[in-house]
Design a protein around this ligand. Structure first.
Ligand code: NAP
Length: 523
C-alpha cells in the first residue's frame, strides 16, 4: 500500500488542510514522506457525527459479531506484513525484533478482547426477581446490565506505536465495550497510524458495521485533540503520554457542559526496593536484572525502574558498584523522537545538579542517542527536593540511600502515585516488606516480588494503573481485559415486559450468562 497522508473519516480517505506533520526517522533525523496535514474543526465534527450515528447500532451488535470484528482487525494488521514493520521501525528507531514482537502483542490483545466479549461476563447482569407479597412494600422486578458510554477519543502513545496506538489497548477495549472510536494519531508515527487505520477500516467494512465505528484524525493535540475532547458526542477519552498532555485533556473534559471521564496514563518512576537479606545474598544478580530492565528500549517505558530504594551499607555500595560497571558497558540507543531525546537530556542535566552521578553508559555518534545514567542520593535529600521524583523518560535511575527501615518508610510515604512498586526480598525480609505493604498498596497499581516492572502482561488480572500522576483515575487499568470496564456504565430496568428487555436480561437468559440472580451467582 502506498501511504497517502490522508485521514480516515469513517470509510472516506480525506486530506487535512492544516499544518503538515512529517515523521522524523530518529536514527537519521531525516523527515519521512508523505506529509500528514492536520484535520480542521469541520473534519473533527464530521468524524464525531459519524461516530454518534453508528453508536446505537454498534452497541447492540451480538457478542459473536463484535468478537469477530476484533479478530478481523488483528487479521488485517497481520496482512500488512513487512510494510507495517518497516515503517514503524523507520518512524520510531525501535529495533526490528521489538516491533515484530509488538505487532504480536497488539494482535493477541485484540484476540483476548474478542474472547472477553464472547464470554459476556463484562455485562455483569444482575437480576432481583419481584416479591409482590413483600411487606410493608412489594419489590419490583429489577434487572441491571452494563452499556457502553458512547464514542471514545483515543490518543496513542509514542513509545508503543502499535500496542498503545491506533489499534492498541484503549481502542481494543473501547470497541469491545461497544463504543465507536476516533483516534487522534500520534504525530511521531503517522505512517504507522495510517497503515493500521486502513486495516481497521477494512475490518469495519468486511464485518458490515456502520462506518462511523472508526475514524482516524491527524493534527496537533492542542487543536484537533482538544476539539475532539470538546465535542459533545465524545463520551470518554483514553490517553497515554506526558503528564502535561494528560492534564490538559482532563481539564478540557472537565470544562465541558457535560464533563466526561479521561483515562490518562501519564508518569511513574516505579520504585524498586532492595531489602537487606536479598541485597546480601544476591547483589550481583539483582544488579544485572536492574541494568537490563533500566536500559531495555532506551528506558522508554512507563514501567521503567527509575528509582531504587535501599538501606545504605556495604551491600548497597556493592550493588551500586556492580550496576555502575554494567551500565558503563551498555551501548547508547536511539530514542523515539528528537523531542523525547531533548527532554531526556534536560532531565538528566537537572538530576546532575541535584544528585550524585554514579555512572553513565557508552556514548555514541549520531542523533538522538540515549546514554544511560545512574544517580545516587541520600533519603534526606530525596525527602526535601521534589525534583528528584520527576519522571525521566529514558534510561536513567536514582538510588535513594536510606539510613534505616524507618527512613525507608518515610521515603515510601513521600512517593507520588505509581504504576508499579517492586520488592526484592528473601525470607528474612518478609517482616520488613510487610511493614511497607499498607503504604505500597496506597501508592501503586501493581506490586511485584523479585521481578522487574518492565513487561506488562495482557491478561485478566493485570492492573496497569495507579494513583495520580501515574494515571488520572486510579480505579482503572489501561492494560488487560479489565480495561473494558472504563467504557461501560450500569443501567437498571424496572418491571419491563420481557419483549422490551435487552437480550442479556431476558427471563430465559438466551445468552446463557452467569447472572447474579437474587444474590447468588449462577453456575
Ligand atoms: P505527549 O507529548 O503527551 O503526546 C501524546 C499525545 O497527546 C499526542 O497525540 C499529542 O499530540 C497529545 N497532546 C500532548 N499535549 C497535548 C495538549 N496539551 N493538549 C492536547 N493534546 C496533547 O507524549 P509523547 O510525545 O508520547 O511523549 C512525551 C513525554 O510523555 C515523554 O517524555 C514522557 O515523559 C511521557 N510518556 C509517558 C508514557 C507513559 O506510558 N506514561 C509513554 C510515552 C511518553 P501531538 O501530536 O500534537 O504531539
Amino acid at each position: 500500500m502506498t501511504l497517502t497522508g490522508n485521514m480516515l473519516i469513517g470509510q472516506h480517505a480525506i486530506a487535512g488542510c492544516r499544518e503538515a506533520i512529517r515523521a522524523i526517522n530518529p536514527a537519521t533525523n531525516n523527515a519521512l514522506e508523505p506529509a500528514y496535514h492536520g484535520g480542521t474543526g469541520e473534519q473533527v465534527e464530521q468524524a464525531c457525527a459519524l461516530a454518534w450515528s453508528a453508536f446505537d447500532s454498534y452497541r447492540e451488535t451480538s457478542l459473536a459479531a463484535r468478537a469477530e470484528f476484533l479478530e478481523a482487525i488483528a487479521n488485517e494488521i497481520e496482512k500488512l506484513g513487512d510494510e507495517l514493520i518497516d515503517r514503524a521501525v523507520a518512524e520510531t528507531g525501535l529495533p526490528h525484533p521489538r516491533i515484530l514482537a509488538e505487532r504480536g502483542r497488539t494482535c493477541q490483545q485484540l484476540r483476548t478482547f474478542a474472547r472477553t466479549v464472547r464470554s459476556g461476563e463484562w455485562l455483569d447482569v444482575r437480576v432481583d426477581t419481584p416479591q409482590p407479597q413483600r411487606q410493608p412494600l412489594p419489590r419490583a422486578d429489577l434487572r441491571q446490565r452494563q452499556i457502553p458510554l458512547g464514542p471514545v477519543a483515543v490518543f496513542g502513545a509514542s513509545n508503543f506505536p502499535l500496542a498503545f496506538s491506533v489499534a492498541g489497548g484503549d481502542t481494543a477495549s473501547a470497541l469491545a465495550a461497544g463504543c465507536p472510536v476516533i483516534v487522534k494519531a500520534h504525530s511521531a508515527h503517522p505512517g504507522t497510524s495510517e497503515l493500521v487505520g486502513g486495516a481497521l477500516a477494512r475490518a469495519v467494512r468486511h464485518c458490515g458495521l456502520p462506518e462511523g465505528v472508526f475514524s482516524l484524525l491527524f493534527g496537533s493535540g492542542r487543536e484537533v485533540g482538544i476539539a475532539l475532547v470538546n465535542d459533545s458526542r465524545i463520551k470518554a477519552v483514553g490517553f497515554t503520554g506526558s503528564q502535561s498532555g494528560g492534564i490538559a485533556l482532563c481539564k478540557a473534559a472537565q470544562s465541558r457542559r457535560e464533563p466526561i471521564p479521561v483515562y490518562a496514563e501519564m508518569s511513574s518512576i516505579n520504585p524498586v526496593y532492595l531489602f537487606p537479606a536479598a541485597l546480601q545474598s544476591r547483589c550481583e544478580t539483582m544488579a544485572q536484572g536492574f541494568v537490563t530492565s533500566l536500559t531495555q528500549g532506551a528506558g522508554q517505558f512507563c514501567t521503567n525502574p527509575g528509582l531504587v530504594i535501599a538501606i545504605q551499607g556495604p551491600d548497597l555500595a556493592r550493588f551500586i558498584s556492580i550496576a555502575s560497571d554494567l551500565l558503563q558497558r551498555s551501548p547508547a540507543q536511539t530514542m523515539l523522537t528528537p523531542g523525547i531525546f531533548n527532554a531526556f537530556e534536560s532531565s538528566v542535566a537537572t538530576l546532575t545538579g541535584h544528585a550524585q552521578l554514579a555512572a553513565t553508559g557508552l556514548a555514541a555518534e549520531g542523533p538522538n542517542q540515549c546514554q544511560a545514567h545512574l544517580f545516587t542520593t541520600q533519603a534526606r535529600d530525596f525527602l526535601t527536593d521534589h525534583r528528584l521524583q520527576t519522571e525521566v523518560f529514558g534510561a536513567a535511575s536514582l538510588v535513594v540511600q536510606c539510613a534505616s527501615a524507618d527512613e525507608m518508610r518515610e521515603v515510601t510515604e513521600h512517593l507520588e502515585g505509581q504504576l508499579t512498586a517492586t520488592l526484592h526480598l528473601d525470607d528474612n525480609d518478609i517482616g520488613h516488606a510487610q511493614a511497607l505493604m499498607p503504604a505500597l498498596e496506597r501508592k501503586a497499581g501493581r506490586l511485584l516480588v523479585n521481578g522487574w516492572p518492565t513487561g506488562v502482561e495482557v491478561c485478566d488480572a493485570m492492573v496497569h494503573g495507579g494513583p495520580f500522576p501515574a494515571t488520572s483515575d486510579s480505579r482503572s487499568t489501561s492494560v488487560g481485559t479489565a480495561a473494558i470496564l472504563r467504557f461501560l456504565r450500569p443501567v437498571c430496568y424496572q418491571d419491563f415486559p420481557d419483549s422490551l428487555l435487552p437480550s442479556p436480561l431476558r427471563h430465559d437468559n438466551p445468552l446463557a450468562l452467569r447472572r447474579l440472580l437474587d444474590g447468588q451467582r449462577e453456575a
